[in-house]
Design a protein. Sequence first.
Length: 188
Amino acid sequence: MSMILGMLPVIALLASSSRNEAKKRRATVLTPDVVDVAIPDDSLVVFLAGSIDEGRAERWQDEAISSLGDLDIVLLNPRRENWNADLEQSVEEPRFVQQVEWELDGIERADVVLFHFSPNGPAPISLLELGKATALGKRVVVSCPDGYWRRGNVEIVTRRAGGIFEPSLPDAMDTIRRIVEEQKNGTS
């Protein structure tokens, strides 16, 4: 049996662009843009939570997708290519509601939530999502470099919830790789 991610639009994109790369890469990347896709129940699902800041934050999700693209996992990436930063953030705006509900459904469906807090922005929604993910008992891996304005809060919440706190995005992605390997070997 499979679950359709909150019945919200998503598009499946292979994390590769050429035929040779497609043979090496197995990750499926889902974004909130186009079509419903069923996620098999036995898939390891990683939600990419963290700094977007209305599109002003660096595109760290691209780095994560590139780094983890060879793994047999599903990556849920909330960053939209065509997001309108001027869209009214209101329950009366259906595109805004769709985005928020897709993200909440994704966090609820995820086996692991990878957070990245960029020192270049406040990421208030990511703080909220960290609280939600930890309250749900999700396995969280958090990258929070020096310079992030609430780094101490993020580290305390992460550790208190039994999550893994890493000082950099590459360290956090190495941790995701270990988690995938442990699951594959039945040791997680």
